[in-house]
Design a protein around this ligand. Structure first.
Ligand code: BGC
Length: 730
């Protein structure tokens, strides 16, 4: 389709003999096209390119957008809330035909974990330890979004998150730096492919640059205190990885980072991102974040806000319209320069050229059946859901359920469709979701009877359904309690002070357990949960997160044994919220012996389930770790290996996590740092060898508080499972 349009354009020129301006020449170099186009633009046209308005009805509660009918034809970007290419095309037609230069609009939308086919929330995806599934999922999301009129997604979010009270932990890839970096790269590849101008590809947007997840006390929109050292060793690396993977754009966060709100943070946006990392795409501000500089106490007026944000390096103003209203005056007053405006416009145009929008401004209007929920997409969604669920407990091998004649499905999540979509679920529709009940009925057809009772709602005090739930439980051989959080209890502006499942659900569980039947608990949520109560009453626990469209098939497949659980936690589950922040790679503490250990007096210091934890129906045994040498130079290479044997009679997938530790360093380092992981199928009774290729600078080196990378000589420890081997960098 795209090639055909280019050919038609060529023919048109050839037939009329008219000479097209250089910027319209698809064969010319993009930089030459940009220069030519910027040279033709008026100041007003340039400024309009730096603004993003909204089109369509906004369904995102925290973004109070409206249907904007009077959008200028020269507008740079629109957040597109429609899901039909036709509205987009009509608007694009205005831009192409009613504006003087015919510059296409770039249409953006939050496609976070799928557009109509919904994939597990990103935090769950990280628990699959299978970045290829994330790449494929983002590829599907891109295809669906593209065919509905979207060119640009505000994803992936790569905010390393260590406070599960913060609702947005669901949008990222957990608490670890390396994990966020790997999944970030997979997502970008999935959205953008190798060439964004191809059909079904959209531009990615890394967000929220940077440190947003450090929000104090897990609240949203508040202050974040991040030391320079932590900024460089924890929050920035996933962004740098994303830039290396070719992320077209970034979004600056709306948080106040160590007393300089990011929207005003020239150091981050210009010095680090552009000057140091060489990013040549553009930065969009977050919704309202430029005006919010007033709330944050940085500036007094919208004009000052525009000046500060623009000078910091935000090229595009999302939803604020402060650029549209003020940049011209700021230019006339010499507070910003034409050179800056030209650079900003060039960056926006560069992404539009790279997307091929000048050649293909319109999207083919295809029927729904060709746009979304395609069989291949649903297959990926089911696999991703199955691999992301984490088996937390399985006493007496209650799971898989293979012999039961009657299975009771009880709880508010059992027959639900909407909540499985999770928050930020694009245009995903509840009616397309396979409920657990539907999945189980299909899975066990002809093998077991599925009986069902809701028992209670997600919260509240209505216990009138308990008696029926207990009666249904008594009639079954095994009870599956489907509990958890609603989708809207996590996501933006959904902070929680505790991580528990509401009391009414815990009471229902206790009543089910009292029947004496084996109880399997499915827990759904968009964040780590406090599981003490659940653990007390459960024989098995499968944490299902918010799994997306194919929820019921994935759950049923895991319960029946058609799938073997292989998820492991990408974020620590604390024992209580009082332990927060809790994460696996703390720095070592001062005292660790006898009474002086700095322990809590009332609870354990250990988490309920640590990072990397997750069970399988198979049993894996790790052989001794070997390293290819015990000394290595900074430029040398070595590798560590471990052989994993599946000593069960069931094929299973195992993820091996490789950690390092630098025990003595002038800049103290975490007790463990994940540097590599690999997931492989290990067949029953067979073994697989896993290898970690160690590049000393990349895997053992560190970064200082100025972002300078270095590698110390001396001892390093390589860790896998419960084994540690020391090596020396010479
Ligand atoms: C969120 C962003 C999102 C934007 C546009 C903001 O409220 O912080 O993550 O991309 O809205 O919907």
């Amino acid at each position: 389709m795209k090639k055909c349009l280019i050919f038609c354009a060529f023919l048109a020129v050839a037939c009329t003999g008219a000479k097209e301006p250089l910027y319209k020449d698809a064969t010319a170099d993009i930089e030459d096209r940009i220069e030519d186009l910027v040279g033709r633009m008026t100041v007003e046209e340039k400024i309009l390119q730096l603004n993003q308005y909204t089109l369509g009805t906004n369904t995102i509660e925290q973004n109070i957008g409206e249907l904007v009918s009077e959008v200028p034809a020269e507008i740079g970007s629109l957040i597109y809330f429609g899901d039909e290419a036709v509205v987009r095309n009509a608007m694009q037609k205005r831009a192409m035909e009613d504006s003087r230069l015919g510059i296409p609009i770039i249409f953006g939308h939050d496609v976070i974990h799928g557009y109509i086919t919904i994939f597990p929330i990103p935090l769950a995806q990280a628990c699959s330890w299978n970045p290829e599934l994330t790449r494929l999922g983002c590829e599907v999301a891109a295809q669906e979004a593209y065919s509905c009129g979207i060119d640009w997604t505000f994803s992936p979010m790569v905010d390393v998150a260590r406070d599960p009270r913060w609702g947005r932990v669901m949008e990222g890839y957990g608490e670890d730096v390396y994990t966020n970096s790997v999944f970030c790269q997979a997502a970008i590849k999935g959205y953008q492919g190798d060439d964004m101008s191809q059909e079904n590809r959209i531009a990615a947007c890394l967000k929220h640059f940077a440190g947003y997840a450090a929000s104090e006390a897990g609240m949203d929109y508040v202050y974040t205190e991040v030391s320079d050292q932590t900024l460089w060793d924890t929050y920035l690396p996933p962004f740098e990885a994303g830039i290396k993977a070719g992320a077209a754009t970034l979004m600056s966060g709306f948080h106040n980072l160590s007393a300089t709100p990011v929207a005003a943070n020239r150091f981050l946006i210009t010095e680090v991102l552009k000057n140091r990392w060489g990013h040549d795409g553009y930065v969009v501000s977050d919704w309202g974040s430029i005006k919010q500089l007033i709330n944050q106490g940085m500036v007094e007026t919208e004009k000052e806000a525009a000046e500060t944000a623009f000078n910091a390096g935000n090229e595009m103003d999302m939803a604020d319209q402060v650029y549209a209203n003020n940049l011209k005056a700021l230019l006339d007053e010499g507070k910003i320069s034409m050179k800056q405006i030209d650079d900003a416009v060039s960056r926006v145009l560069r992404v539009k050229f790279r997307l091929g929008l000048f050649e293909n401004p319109y999207v083919e209007e295809k029927p729904e059946s060709e746009r979304y929920l395609l069989p291949h997409s649903l297959e990926i969604a089911e696999k991703a859901a199955a691999e992301s669920m984490v088996l937390l407990k399985n006493e007496n091998a209650v799971l898989p359920i293979e012999k039961a004649k009657t299975i009771a499905l009880i709880g508010p999540m059992a027959d639900d469709q909407d909540e499985h979509r999770g928050n930020w679920c694009g245009r995903g529709r509840g009616e397309d979701v396979i409920s657990i009940l539907q999945g189980m009925e299909k899975e066990y057809k002809g093998k077991a009877r599925i009986v069902h009772a809701e028992g209670c709602g997600f919260e509240g005090e209505d216990r009138s359904g308990f008696a029926e739930a207990v009666r249904v439980a008594r009639s079954a051989d095994v009870v599956v309690a489907c509990l958890g959080h609603e989708a809207g209890w996590s996501g933006e502006n959904h902070s929680r002070s505790t991580l528990e499942i509401p009391q009414i659900q815990e009471d229902l569980l206790a009543a089910l357990k009292a029947t004496g039947k084996p109880v399997v608990v499915l827990t759904a949520s968009g964040r780590p949960l406090e599981m003490r109560e659940v653990d007390e009453h459960a024989d098995a626990i499968l944490h299902i997160w918010h799994p997306g469209t194919c929820a019921g098939y994935a759950v049923a497949g895991l319960l029946s044994g058609r799938y073997n659980p292989s998820g492991k936690l990408a974020m620590t589950f604390p024992y209580t919220a009082g332990q927060i922040p809790i994460y696996y790679n703390r720095r070592p503490k001062a005292r660790n012996e006898g009474w002086f250990q700095g322990l809590y007096e009332d609870i354990t210091n250990d988490p309920m389930y640590p990072f990397g934890y997750g069970l399988s129906y198979s049993k894996f045994e790790y052989g001794p770790m070997t390293v290819s040498a015990d000394k290595v130079s900074a430029d040398g290479k070595l590798y560590a290996e471990v052989t994993v044997k599946n000593v069960s009679d069931r094929d299973g997938m195992e993820t091996v996590h490789w950690y390092i530790n630098d025990p003595y360093s002038k800049i103290t380092r975490p007790v463990k740092e994940l540097k590599f992981f690999e997931k492989k199928l290990v067949k029953a009774g067979e073994s697989e060898t896993f290898r970690f290729e160690i590049d000393p600078k990349r895997d053992l080196g560190f970064v200082n508080s100025k972002g300078e990378k270095y590698l110390d000589k001396g001892e390093y420890r390589i860790m896998v499972g419960d084994q540690t081997v020391s090596i020396n960098v010479i």
